[in-house]
Design a protein around this ligand. Sequence first.
Ligand code: ASP
Length: 609
Amino acid sequence: MYLPSWLSQLYRGLSRPIRRTTQPIWGSLSRSLVLSSQRRNPEFSSFVVRTNTCGELRSSHLGQEVTLCGWIQYRRQNTFLVLRDFHGLVQVIIPQDESAASVRKILCEAPMESVVQVSGTVISRPAGQENPKMPTGEIEIKVKTAELLNACKKLPFEIKDFMKKTEALRLQYRYLDLRSFQMQYNLRLRSQMVMKMRDYLCNLHGFVDIETPTLFKRTPGGAKEFLVPSREPGKFYSLPQSPQQFKQLLMVGGLDRYFQVARCYRDEGSRPDRQPEFTQIDIEMSFVDQTGIQSLIEGLLQYSWPNDKDPVVVPFPSMTFAEALATYGTDKPDTRFGMKKYLKRKDIESIRKFSADHFDQEILPVFLNTNRNWNSPVANFIMESKRPELIRLMETQEEDVVLLTAGEHNKACSLLGKLRLECADLLETRGVVLRDPTLFSFLWVVDFPLFLPKEENPRELESAHHPFTAPHPSDIHLLYTEPKKVRSQHYDLVLNGNEIGGGSIRIHNAELQRYILATLLKEDVKLLSHILQALDYGAPPHGGIALGLDRLICLVTGSPSIRDVIAFPKSFRGHDLMSNTPDSIPPEELKPYHIQVSWPTDSKAAKAH
Ligand code: ASP
């Protein structure tokens, strides 16, 4: 079987023989869990009317009688037709002789993007007419019969990757957008990576794939949740932000290696890297420490990484939260670049404006000339004797520009971190490649603080990760004296400046969990009484992590948005533009839920409904 190179890369992972599970689970169950170690390329034409896919035919198929199904991509002078399926393109010759008038009529009259079935013989193209750019370019199909399976009406946009179309239009006609090469590639690569992840976790490491409910209860703290009304007056389900509580309860239940491709819901509105519903590779293990989880994830990514990319190198480097903030101004540093040069004076003005507008903070540039002399409005305020020390600390070289700011540590660092990325954007528009798109730079960020001051009331605390995260063993005593100083056993995985995963070792002691929830976080403990109770029944030490699958695939495929790796995503405002969701419900259908809509009084808002 011939695959286009992108497809064969994608499916190559399938032919790799897998190790047999040797760990018996329970007697006979273990036997049925052992998978065949013989795997082949997938059969794309089993159980269907076609004999081959459009993209797979080559000179070796010459003389074969084939049946193909596909969409009409091009037609030239009523003589040639190019048929397309997910696998590629193939040229079909429209018969010209009178005896084939009915076949010719079908193939000449069917509009572009109609779906047709043709049967005929694979023949070689006349000498000199081969198309080396087309994988099937040496052959063509001499048609005997043709059937119009379904005609295509006038399209809202052309199904060609190079045709520019707005995202709104693509989302409104998503089923057409999915016919593009790019969407086909993204979704098939996603499926392949997930399949290899399952293989790694279940077959090589004995994980159990367990589904957990999506109708659940409100969880204190964290992201806003979607509500689902119930028929009991005033009672609601919540859609879970993640299966966090369930996976911990599974550990209590002795299912000590859990994983799930889990759908999660957060009512936060979309951003380029967020969706109200998204997918996590969710993992939890008993009797594990931070290093164990990190090694598992490094192995998982290495195993499931696409074959056409440079292999993943493990172990990933690691950096503490404090170091990341102090040196990169963010907890998710893009470590593909250091970046210090090429700024022009006029850029400094826009940088100063950005700092003032977004951070209400003054920024002062220092230009170093070839002798490393200072040219800066701050020069007068920094003693001459201190300047060499600053230059040494900042490891500057001749002609560097240094941006200085002063103020509260976290705020000043975050501003500089943002400016670093702004400067990178600026320089890249000038053709300086800083962030190599083929480079994948993984980084663990560790030793986060357990608590952060609440945004709306900085005197109160909130969890930096979530309330089930265990404190760092050497900081436990500080919980009772200076909780703000406690570090946690929380770790994030960062890829090219994006957080693609996060997890922690959990609290498995009910008393400690109750103290953190009630005394430090001031949460309503009743909401979590089930989990507190479970911890009291011999809960094992445990920890886990969740990888954001959409973001990961987005980065791997180099897509501009996570919407490009989700078959049916929501728009920027959280709408499904294809089906017009969310939609209104007639009042009589709301009655069983004891719900009444109170329409906004604001006239503009009312009109919008
Ligand atoms: N449930 C967490 C999250 O969604 C991940 C974890 O701690 O395992 O961020």
